[in-house]
Design a protein around this ligand. Structure first.
Ligand code: ADP
Ligand code: MG
Length: 270
């Protein structure tokens, strides 16, 4: 962690978020700082405020109390400057646009010229291995392919910060593991900072340089675990004794703050 210098990509100070509907306090007293190039996972039981935290960072909703800065500016300014890309749980592609045009959309919004757009879209299609599908429409693709399109779209303008909300949650195990590896190689190539929401302990440990464990509602930070497994990570990383130790440590942190978990919530965290 940085010491409050201007280095932080994201700085969250004293964040509390209350939704007036039902008077739900989704987040309470969150302090968190992200250094450039970190890969952070937010993990916690369903309803603990992971998506809410991501949305506050992405300026999709406002804090009730506290401050969020991205690249040293208010989240709103960072959004207007196109400082980050967002990938949601569902791909959220536009069905009437081709794959290439979906990826080009943020570039159009940022005012990139046609030739530069085309070049970048080709690079991104290559990166997610979908070059042959540039002219297809989203509904012609599998769920995993759609998710890769949405990742390509979020990465196309090389955002310094990538916000991902359970992007692989709906995919089968094998696709998920493959996309985990793809995401890591893209991240290593671009050197961006990632905030990744998941409820899978093993996914969080596999991907991250740091795992932030959240407690059940109202969401607070129960603790963080530095993941000292070397990069680049590979399928074998999951067999390393250290991997199991770190998984256990995250699980213990979840349990220690998770007295209120329902059995099915606990099961969902495995
Ligand atoms: P998670 O992503 O960890 O499952 P969420 O951030 O989606 O959790 O939700 C945290 C809590 O805030 C939940 O109790 C949820 O019902 C509530 N919540 C989220 N969004 C809203 C909203 N727009 N209005 C009212 N309550 C909300
Ligand atoms: Mg969520």
């Amino acid at each position: 962690m940085t010491d409050g210098s201007a280095q932080a990509v994201v700085r969250i100070q004293g964040l509390t978020k209350t939704f007036p509907q039902g008077n739900v306090t989704a987040l309470q007293d969150i302090d968190l700082e992200l250094a450039p190039g970190e890969f952070i996972s937010l993990i916690g039981p369903s309803g603990c405020g992971k998506s809410t935290l991501l949305r506050v960072i992405g300026d999709l909703i406002e804090p009730t109390v506290g401050e969020v800065t991205v690249n040293g500016k208010p989240a709103r300014g960072a959004r207007n400057d196109g400082d980050y890309g967002i990938v949601f749980q569902d791909a959220v592609l536009f069905d009437w646009r081709t794959v290439a045009k979906n990826i080009a959309l943020p570039l159009e919004m940022l005012g990139w010229e046609r030739a530069r757009r085309r070049e970048r879209v080709e690079e991104m299609l290559d990166l997610v291995e979908l070059s042959a599908f540039a002219d297809h429409h989203p509904w012609q693709l599998s769920g995993g392919m759609q998710q890769r399109v949405s990742i390509a779209r979020a990465l196309a303008f090389e955002p310094a910060l990538l916000l991902m909300d359970e992007p692989f949650g709906a995919l089968d195990e094998m696709t998920r593991e493959r996309l985990n590896l793809e995401l890591l190689s893209i991240w290593e190539k671009l050197g961006s900072t990632v905030v990744f929401v998941t409820h899978s302990i093993s996914e969080a440990v596999f991907l991250s340089s740091r795992v932030v464990v959240m407690s059940p509602r109202p969401g607070r930070i129960a603790g963080t675990v530095e993941i000292d497994l070397p990069y680049p990570r590979a399928a074998e990383t999951r067999d390393a004794p250290r991997f199991f130790e770190l998984v256990t440590r995250v699980r213990e942190l979840l349990r220690s703050r998770g007295e209120h978990l329902l059995p099915e919530e606990e099961a969902a965290l495995e």
